[in-house]
Design a protein. Structure first.
Length: 538
């Protein structure tokens, strides 16, 4: 008899065209990520291993599905007591830790919307996202609590603050809440009901809240299964160094692992260390990983690893090149499979060993279930011609809308297509190769960084008259954040640079800090007064 918990979409085969042709979505009308990733496993296999938590001191704690259900039920009941319910936004300012998963699951049991936030965000970045989303509650740790308490007086809608660290009223204790036995019946949700909102950086304005429905988990699964070598298989264990606050860490590994019943490694590293990453993967016998390109390049420069159990690595965001793909096969003993997507529509193109010829630099072919076209202002472009990557709407992995930005939503999805703003070309075999971004996003060390927040932070310094931030090519990080500045008379950029770097680190995030500053007497501008970042990049 078939296993009712085996929800794999594909079985082993080597025919991508056949996989694409034969695939059909089966999205149920009622759907909740909390049930798919926690409760259904807890009902039949409560002792099944869900999360392996490795703390900073090397400690190892196991979480099983029954424990996840008990803790998330208790937290959901706690949120209900605070009148957090359907459609309310609950922020999650936590590192890779079981508490983050427990919170996402509990929020979805309340039919509320989870709002992952990066732990390195500065005060301005946090305040904007909490204010724009209208978050009613936040779950954080001791490290984040001080920042949140400093912001709270200016966030009247934020009425509930919960911390995993020491808590004093009015702050609530996460540990105390989940320790109380509580039975919580999850509120019913439809596949199209909102589940999660992830902010993405903008280039011409403030960051946008990308609102996703419960169905978007299922939308990630075709690429997840294929790029991870017909995932899952018995004995699989998953890990990613990518922070769970971003769609890559959360949806390219963490939640799919829990959906499939694959043990997930949770580990927070203060800084990525390639040798430590190899050691962790060897000790925990990791078979499947999502590793951003910059991390892969750093790992390639480290001493050759020993004792690995890898069978597939997924990576995306930048072209990897033939040498890195060969290193994966020869040194790691596994395929490194590239894929493409963005926060609004993730994992829609992939290049997978064994299923297609690998063309270094190519992103691959449209993933089964997703219709991709390259288009210009007049319609589809021909083979070898440059066009914008567009995704046919509707699509299960596609966002519902931008939060509070109907005009931006209408510009993003029009004429039946989601317009990614990224340019590419297609070869005679249908494989798609990235050409350029049609916006000002900076890709650095695996992060997609918008310049606007950085510019605003720089301009808050009294000695900065004008600021424009662009990406400059870099062999390790793909691009480095470069700030072009017009300064007050008599001020030298080299002297001011450390102060400005600290300002951006504090107000925005450490990963957004400019690594290069260029002083200018003026900046190129359009007739309407807009800075021409493309001219600066050139």
């Amino acid at each position: 008899m078939p296993d009712p918990l085996d929800r794999r979409l594909f079985r082993q085969r080597d025919d991508w065209d056949g996989l694409y042709r034969d695939f059909h979505w089966q999205i149920p009308e009622t759907l909740n990520i909390a049930e798919l990733c926690c409760d259904r496993w807890a009902a039949v296999a409560p002792d099944k291993l869900a999360i392996i938590h490795r703390d900073a001191l090397g400690g190892r704690t196991l979480w099983r599905y029954g424990q996840l259900k008990q803790a998330s039920d208790a937290l959901a009941a706690g949120l209900a007591a605070q009148r957090i319910g359907r459609g309310d936004r609950v922020a999650v300012l936590l590192p890779q830790h079981p508490a983050a998963i427990i919170t996402h699951v509990a929020v979805m049991k309340r039919a509320a919307i989870s709002l992952p936030l990066f732990t390195l965000f500065g005060s301005d970045a946090l305040a904007y996202r909490l204010r724009d989303s209208g978050a009613k509650a936040i779950v954080t740790d001791a490290e984040g609590l001080d920042r949140i308490m400093a912001l709270a007086p200016d966030l009247p809608e934020l009425t509930t603050i919960i911390t995993t660290g020491p808590a004093r009223a009015p702050v609530l204790s996460f540990d105390a809440i989940i320790a109380r036995p509580a039975r919580h019946v999850a509120l019913a949700t439809h596949a199209d009901d909102p589940a999660m909102m992830i902010y993405t950086s903008g280039t011409t304005g403030d960051p946008k809240g990308v609102l996703h429905a419960h169905r978007f988990l299922l939308g990630h699964l075709p690429c997840m299964e294929l790029s991870q070598g017909f995932f899952p298989r018995p004995g699989d264990i998953g890990w990613t160094p990518a922070d769970w606050a971003w769609i890559g860490g959360l949806m390219d590994m963490a939640l799919p692992c829990l959906y499939y019943g694959v043990p997930l490694i949770a580990h927070r590293a203060a800084k990525f260390d390639p040798e430590a990453a190899f050691a962790l993967m060897a000790e925990e016998r990791v078979t499947n990983a999502f590793v951003p390109p910059t991390a892969l390049r750093l790992m390639r420069a480290a001493p050759s690893p020993k004792g690995l159990s890898l069978r597939a690595i997924g990576s995306g965001g930048e072209a990897l090149g033939g040498d890195l793909l060969a290193w994966g096969r020869e040194t790691l003993g596994c395929a490194i499979n590239e894929f493409y997507g963005q926060t609004e529509a993730n994992l829609v193109i992939a290049a997978c060993d064994g299923l297609m010829p690998r063309r270094p630099g190519a992103m691959g072919l449209p993933v089964p279930g997703h219709e991709i076209d390259l288009r210009d202002a007049t319609g589809p472009v021909g083979t070898g011609e440059i066009g914008e990557i567009c995704v046919r709407a509707p699509d299960p992995v596609m966002f519902l809308r931008y939060w509070n930005k109907p005009d931006a939503t209408a510009a993003k999805v029009r004429d039946g297509w989601l317009h990614t703003g990224d340019l590419a070309y297609r070869d005679a075999n249908g494989q798609i190769t990235f050409h350029a971004r049609d916006d000002d996003i900076i890709t650095s060390a695996g992060y997609r960084i918008g310049p606007v927040e950085i510019e605003q932070a720089l301009l808050s310094h009294p000695d900065v008259v004008m600021a424009a931030v662009v990406g400059q090519p870099d062999p390790i990080r793909t691009e480095i954040v470069t700030a072009h500045l017009v300064l007050r008379d008599g001020i030298d950029v080299d002297t001011l640079a450390p102060t400005l770097q600290a300002l951006v680190r504090d107000k925005v995030s450490a990963h957004c800090v400019p690594r290069r500053f260029v002083q200018a007497t003026t900046l190129p501008m359009t007739a309407t007064g807009k800075i021409m970042r493309r001219a600066l990049r050139a």
